[in-house]
Design a protein around this ligand. Structure first.
Ligand SMILES: [Zn+2]
Length: 418
């Protein structure tokens, strides 16, 4: 049955705010967008209408990069000592935890943290997300009727002997198939943590899936590893596998080309240490770049190369990264951090990165309130904020989300008379 959703205002994209507009949705899709008066014209008086009152209707947020499995580390990590040190810390924490409580109990608490994280994201208006995990556990425990989840198994291994068993596990993981709105995927962790053979195998899986994502040029340490063959990340990589095949002086994008290839849709995560020519190359590949502002600030990674990213017209999107490097799983928080650090970016553009940019990066038929797209929308509290301040309010004030709808299904309804 068709339902008309109405609210005081609607945000349709940068600078596009409409009064008393609504959506007509049916079969999980947006059938029509326009003035409520027009949507209701000629329809039965008792037809289904959902009134979201004085809130703003807008597309659901897309979190393009999260590691829900690290949720149990909330408030337990520090970036003192740099990125490589943090990676070591993470490995140590996990080993200690397993030694203390045992593997079974550890997996149970990890599962609990994953479900909590998913609920937190839902309350913050995230209707789709790409999760990346070593354990593959989110693919099993995420609710199949929650927000749309691309649940990616993250593969890594620098030793050649590891690549065959890792690829067998990866194939079995994707073969398990979709479960409701949870779709399994396989992605490489990073170019410095995967052997050439493993990248090749993952590259052919990515070609089948038409999509892949990878952590790329996140830190100064990573740039030093490739360019100079030195630094803390080089020490870590040598420690993990002394016979690895990373070549000093080889551009990471060459390594990408040589082994992983170019799937139809490619999402590079972080990219703070990318050079202008690397950004141009990614743009030519049609890649998207995901920024995680809280996590960048936590690690004191290089500043975002905004001018070069803008010049290249590369598609940008936002991610929260994990609770081991960010305080919340709210994309509103990420927008607020970005707005505070880079006040020169138009708030409307930030909103577009958190919605349309994310949907485009993940290849989803969502991210905009537009006829024919999936009915993924949210209603956000913003009563009494003037139109010309609305975008700034939304990106700066971390507003409350009242209603969340995914594929036409209302997952959260917190409307109140106020
Ligand atoms: Zn990450």
């Amino acid at each position: 049955m068709a339902v008309i959703i109405q609210a005081e205002r609607m945000w349709l994209g940068p600078g596009r705010i409409e009064q008393s507009w609504g959506i007509r949705m049916e079969h999980g899709q947006i059938q029509e967008v326009g003035p409520v008066r027009k949507l209701r014209q000629g329809r039965p008086l008792g037809g289904a209408v959902m009134d979201c009152g004085r809130s703003v209707l807008m597309p659901g947020l897309v979190n393009a990069h999260v590691h829900l499995e690290l949720g149990w580390l909330r408030d337990r990590t520090s970036a003192r000592g740099g990125f490589a040190h943090w990676v070591r810390d993470l490995r140590r924490h996990q080993a200690e935890e397993i030694a203390e409580v045992g593997e079974d109990k550890f997996r149970r608490s990890m599962g609990q943290a994953i479900r909590l994280g998913a609920t937190e994201m839902l309350h913050h208006g995230i209707t789709s997300f790409l999760d990346v995990s070593n354990s593959g556990l989110p693919g099993q425990v995420l609710p199949e009727n929650g927000p749309r989840a691309l649940a990616a198994l993250e593969c890594l291994g620098l030793s050649e002997s590891q690549s065959a068993p890792t690829l067998t596990r990866a194939q079995a993981y994707v073969d398990a198939g979709r479960r409701g709105r949870v779709r399994p995927l396989v992605v490489p962790h990073a170019l410095y943590s995967c052997s050439g053979n493993l990248l090749k195998g993952l590259g052919s899986l990515a070609t089948q899936e038409g999509f892949t994502s990878i952590h790329l040029m996140e830190s100064r340490e990573e740039a030093d590893l490739y360019q100079l063959g030195m630094g803390p990340l080089k020490v870590l990589v040598d420690e993990i596998c002394p016979t690895h095949d990373i070549l000093v002086g080889e551009d990471p994008l060459e390594r990408l080309d040589r082994f992983l290839g170019q799937p139809a849709s490619f999402l590079a995560v972080h990219g703070y240490a990318l050079s202008p020519s690397q950004i141009q190359k990614l743009a030519r590949m049609g890649a998207s770049v995901c920024l995680c502002p809280s996590s960048r600030a936590f690690f004191l990674h290089p500043t975002i190369p905004l001018t070069d990213l803008a010049k290249s017209k590369i598609n940008l999107c936002l991610g929260t990264d994990s609770l081991a490097s960010a305080p919340t799983l709210s994309l509103w928080r990420e927008m607020a951090v970005l707005h505070q650090e880079y006040p020169e970016i138009e708030p409307g553009r930030i909103l577009a990165w958190a919605t349309e940019g994310g949907a485009r990066a993940l290849g989803l038929p969502a991210g905009k309130l537009q006829t024919g797209l999936s009915a993924d929308w949210i209603a956000v509290e913003a009563a009494d904020v003037p139109d010309d301040e609305l975008e700034e309010f939304l990106v700066a004030e971390e507003p409350d989300v009242r209603v969340v709808c995914v594929e036409g299904e209302i997952l959260l309804d917190g409307r109140w008379d106020g």
